[in-house]
Design a binder for this molecule. Structure first.
Ligand code: PLP
Length: 366
């Protein structure tokens, strides 16, 4: 008896299926998130996580959700409880809010809803690199608009016909803000196309765009619970816009884009205003301390309104400093925008910032 001959080639090799991909997806680079290391000795200052724990109420809310009944069933598709909590806190009606699996999910929903294939998506640069990736996935063109040298918007705005425009305010990596008058002017220039204010870091700033919402029908705000509420692991964000628009965006989102645990956590986190204010105050105080300490070490530090600092050393290349820190178990984000580079350093606890500053002193002495 003989065995049947082995097939000479696999029926469909991996190569075949790759050639069936959309060519623009194969050509794109993809967004590269900051490095995550699970070593407890590593000080992570590279993805702007909050160094403080979430509110104790979050733990309580998650424990209360851990019942067979609640896990067995689908979550409420629109997150009714969360919307009511948010409405109370932000003094708007619940139908102004759209829930998201992290605010990145909302940026994706907005891109899918507004930008046709072959369309244009604009954002100021250097900025959040995900915006380019979202345009590429959509088969659209990304239009980078350079900030002025002091991180303000160019006037006149050179991309008035974009289908969608993102403005991170505060911006990443700079931590700088654009003032309300400039936002108003930009929104009016773009109308009826939308301006999305990505306010992932607005809780660390002195002001935000909420007061502009009633006056600018094409303004959309996105918020994240990852940074100011210490919930990056939970994945929750929300968008705020006119109810007519929110109703359209609901058609685009996944039906159940947020799970029961994240919804419970998010509502509880938002409810605990006292805890929120306490953490926010600490981060802002430490930000000021670190700004001075880095300046004393010879860094040019951009004044920040976020929970990170953007800095460049006067003598040492940023990439080298980042490598030296990494070899000593401190991760910061080295960023290079076509040759303009620097370090983006997340604000940790005061103890963590002392460790950073001492390590930098050692590196800069050698
Ligand atoms: C962190 C960040 C986000 C994403 O936040 P998630 O809610 O964690 O998805 C969005 N925009 C900017 C500018 C960010 O830095």
């Amino acid at each position: 008896m003989s065995l049947p001959p082995a097939p000479s080639s696999e029926p469909s090799s991996p190569l075949t299926v790759l050639s069936a991909l959309r060519p623009d997806i194969r050509a794109m680079q993809g967004y590269v998130p900051g490095e995550q290391r699970n070593n407890p000795n590593v000080l992570k200052l590279n993805t702007n996580e909050n160094p403080y724990p979430p509110s104790p109420r979050v733990f309580e809310a998650i424990r209360e959700t851990l019942t067979a009944e609640k896990l067995r069933k689908y979550p409420p598709p629109l997150g009714d409880n969360f919307r009511h909590t948010a409405a109370r806190i932000f003094q708007l009606e619940p139908d102004w809010f759209l829930i998201g699996n992290g605010s990145d999910d909302l940026l994706t929903i907005l891109t899918r809803a507004f930008v046709p294939a072959g369309g244009y998506l604009a954002a100021p640069m250097p900025g959040y690199l995900l915006y380019r990736t979202l345009a590429e996935i959509q088969g659209a063109r990304f239009v980078p608009v350079p900030f002025t040298t002091d991180w303000q918007l160019p006037d006149p705005w050179p991309a008035p016909h974009a289908h969608l425009t993102f403005l991170a305010n505060p911006n990443s990596p700079s931590g700088t803000v654009v003032q309300p008058q400039a936002i108003r002017r930009l929104a009016e220039t773009l109308a009826p196309a939308p301006l999305v204010l990505d306010e992932a870091y607005a809780d660390f700033a002195d002001w935000n765009g909420l007061a502009l919402l009633p006056h600018l029908p094409n303004l959309i705000i996105t918020r994240s619970l990852s940074k100011s509420y210490s919930l990056a692991g939970i994945r929750f964000g929300f968008a705020i816009a006119r109810p007519e628009l929110i109703r359209e965006l609901i058609k685009v989102k996944d039906s159940y884009n947020c799970d029961v645990l994240s919804l419970a956590a998010a509502s509880a986190a938002l409810e605990d205003r006292e805890y929120f204010e306490q953490i926010r105050g600490r981060i802002r105080a430490t930000r000021q301390r670190l700004t001075h300490a880095l300046a004393n070490l010879g860094f040019d530090v951009t004044p920040s309104h976020a929970n990170f600092l953007w800095c460049r050393h006067r003598d040492r290349p940023a990439g080298t400093i980042a490598q030296e820190l990494a070899s000593r178990n401190i991760l910061v984000r080295y960023m290079n925008y076509d040759g303009y580079d620097g370090l983006r350093i997340s604000i940790g606890t005061d103890v963590e910032m002392d460790r950073l500053v001492e390590t930098l002193e050692l590196i800069l002495q050698s």
